[in-house]
Write a protein that binds this ligand. Structure first.
Ligand code: TRP
Length: 337
């Protein structure tokens, strides 16, 4: 990446990753991936599918491998641009797990026990509370520290993990001298927290049993429209924000995120109109944003061999960057490399 002309030494490096577990929701797109695209010009971005993290929950091998490459294609379709960043699969760069192990020896049992995501996931997967699930934050810290990232975009659910990463980096630096950059949280400019369409007090999640609760980026337009038309709202009729109007608040957030309209503009647009008109408008606006992505995605999926070769090519570049950190770390710790 050093030889990419538009990248100057002074650009800050940013790392992020997304798990290839199932499909991408509208919430993932508006809350995270749209920002991946926006951040490409400002930062020196390194992006990965975190497939090593995904196996902390049992996967069907065939579907999992296909999903990993499909997610890669979808990220490209969303506008992640390999001429500006690196995009690869975590499993293609062995240094993630190598550093992950070293980092785990600088992570305390007590710290991992306090991670709220671990507590939540051990509840939802009570039959398989494995060591990988427990050590997940150590591997995540390694992902970030490996590339000497200055910044990591964080939503609320990953804040605690980044805080731990910073503590581990400082701890290691304190013992061995400056080795890792201590990463800063980056609050993305286009913040959007998309809630469930069936229960707007919950975050939109692809693991929801009710498929009407979430929109997938790959949902056909008719499905998207049907889901918005059946979105849970309230018994009033005013398209405006309110304390007990979580459903309408959510639809306003989504509409604003995809059209760029302000609350005042939305309220004016739907004055005197009902929820039905508003839901249809939100559906249409979302379809308009997703259609070109879906078209590119279909084109890209026609050649999965090409998709995987892109991931391998960028992984080789990432591995070269990672090796610099690995050399330093092994030397400091006293491991033969
Ligand atoms: N844990 C993140 C998630 O589930 C994915 C992830 C893995 C990640 N490694 C990372 C995110 C490093 C940011 C930085 O969403």
């Amino acid at each position: 990446m050093e030889n990419t002309p538009e990248r100057t030494e002074r650009k800050k490096r940013l790392f992020s990753a997304i798990q290839p577990s199932g499909e991408m929701t509208l919430g993932n797109y508006l809350g995270a991936i749209r920002n991946w695209v926006a951040m490409q010009d400002e930062f020196d971005c390194i992006y990965a599918t975190a497939n090593m993290h995904t196996i902390t929950v049992r996967q069907d091998p065939k579907a999992f491998r296909a999903n990993t490459n499909k997610l890669y294609a979808l990220l490209l379709a969303c506008g992640v641009d390999r001429s500006k960043c690196l995009l690869f699969h975590q499993s293609l760069v062995p240094a993630h797990t190598e550093l992950g192990w070293v980092v785990s020896t600088f992570t305390q049992f007590g710290e991992l026990s306090r991670m709220t995501q671990f507590k939540d996931k051990s509840q939802s997967h009570a039959d398989n509370i494995n060591c990988g699930l427990f050590a997940y934050p150590s591997l995540m810290a390694a992902d970030i520290l490996l590339y000497q990232a200055d910044a990591v975009p964080v939503g609320a659910d990953q804040k605690q993990h980044l805080e731990l990463t910073r503590n581990i980096a400082e701890r290691f630096n304190g013992i061995y001298g400056k080795t890792f950059i201590v990463p800063e949280p980056y609050i993305p400019k286009l913040g959007a927290r998309v809630m469930s369409l069936a229960d707007p007090t919950k975050k939109m999640s692809k693991s929801d049993e009710n498929t009407r609760a979430f929109i997938l980026v790959t949902d056909p337009p008719a499905t998207i429209m049907k889901k918005f038309r059946s979105a849970v709202t309230d018994s009033e009729s005013c398209v405006c924000r309110g304390e007990n109007k979580q459903g309408i608040n959510n639809l306003m957030d989504i509409y604003s995120a995809v059209t760029g309209k302000t609350d005042e503009e939305i309220v004016a647009e739907f004055a005197g109109k009902g929820y039905g008109d508003f839901k249809t408008a939100v559906g249409e606006a979302v379809i308009a944003v997703l259609e070109p992505i879906q078209r590119r995605y279909t084109e890209l999926c026609a050649d999965m061999g090409y998709i995987e070769s892109c991931a391998r090519e960028d992984a080789a570049k990432a591995a070269a960057l990672a090796e610099r950190t690995m050399q330093k770390v092994y030397k400091k710790v006293g491991l033969v490399r």
